[in-house]
Write a protein that binds this ligand. Structure first.
Ligand SMILES: Cc1cc2nc3c(=O)[nH]c(=O)nc-3n(C[C@H](O)[C@H](O)[C@H](O)COP(=O)(O)O)c2cc1C
Length: 254
């Protein structure tokens, strides 16, 4: 499948996704409470596994809290500077309540419970992202909240059985970053069966394309940009203490 075609179909949502780019600088223009509420009310209708609704979103505007979140996510300046920070949390407390009401408990929660609640939080987060962008705001997802899952839980007052899957900075854009090239779309979309050759075929080309992009925007890189970044990120394993940290939050990913 070629990645630059004139699409036979279009819509505002398609155009929004085709043009989107993560934005890390926001203007001082306030983001009204009503706008955030509209975004979250729309996202609240997202699909949810078995109607569990196992997520909670926390809206953070307090500068001190954002500063603490910024430090805990790896000194990410945009987290302190963003007008609004949304924390999308996997939340098992309501399932716990349902089980207790029926004389059971969630002490034996497992990988599926952890995944299903994390997926619920993620779907709501992506919906919120799209709605926010459709209103002209710009967003940035923050996985850095999993650098220190327990510390983030303390900052946000998360009880046992709740953890922050990812956060999101939201504000009016004060920059227009150029789009980062994606790898060949044929590597990521296969038909009928998994195509192992297609998956890996274009990665060397992608290394060069991404290096060219970073050079063009003045960002330090290497000629084997993407594979180099992935090696740096995942070797040694990323966030190796996460399972233990999430266990402290009451999630047993076993
Ligand atoms: C789940 C998730 C977590 C992310 N975490 C961070 C983060 O902590 N800090 C950051 O600057 N960008 C973060 N990003 C943004 C990605 O780096 C970005 O989406 C990716 O490099 C592709 O660039 P683009 O969004 O501009 O296309 C995250 C994105 C996702 C989907």
């Amino acid at each position: 499948m070629p990645d630059s075609v004139t699409e036979p179909y279009t819509s505002e949502t398609i155009e929004l996704l085709q043009n989107r780019v993560s934005t890390r600088k926001y203007s001082d223009e306030p983001v009204p409470d009503e706008m955030v509420e509209t975004i979250l009310r729309a996202a609240y209708r997202s699909p949810t596994s078995s109607n569990i609704q196992s997520y909670t979103t926390i809206v953070v505007r307090n500068p001190e809290t954002k500063q603490k979140l910024s430090v805990s996510t790896g000194n990410q300046k945009h987290v302190a500077d963003t007008p609004v920070f949304l924390a999308f949390c996997a939340d098992m407390t309501r399932i716990d309540y349902a089980l207790m009401k029926h004389q059971h408990n969630l002490n034996n929660n497992n990988m599926e419970t952890g995944l299903v609640t994390s997926i619920d939080a993620t779907l709501v987060g992506m919906s919120a992202y799209l709605v926010a962008e459709s209103l002209g705001l710009r967003g940035l997802m923050i996985g850095g909240v999993r650098n220190n899952a327990v510390e983030i839980a303390e900052i946000l007052g998360l009880p046992n059985r709740v953890y922050c899957v990812f956060g999101m900075c939201l504000g009016w854009p004060a920059e227009q970053p150029s789009q980062k090239p994606r790898m060949d779309i044929g590597a990521t979309i296969h038909y009928e069966r998994y195509d192992a050759d297609a998956t890996l075929a274009s990665l060397d080309t992608y290394d060069s394309a991404l290096a060219e992009h970073y050079e063009a925007i003045g960002k330090a890189t290497t000629p084997d940009s993407w594979t180099h970044d992935m090696d740096k990120k995942f070797h040694p394993p990323l966030r190796d203490s996460l399972r233990e940290q999430l266990k402290k939050q009451g999630f047993d990913f076993r």
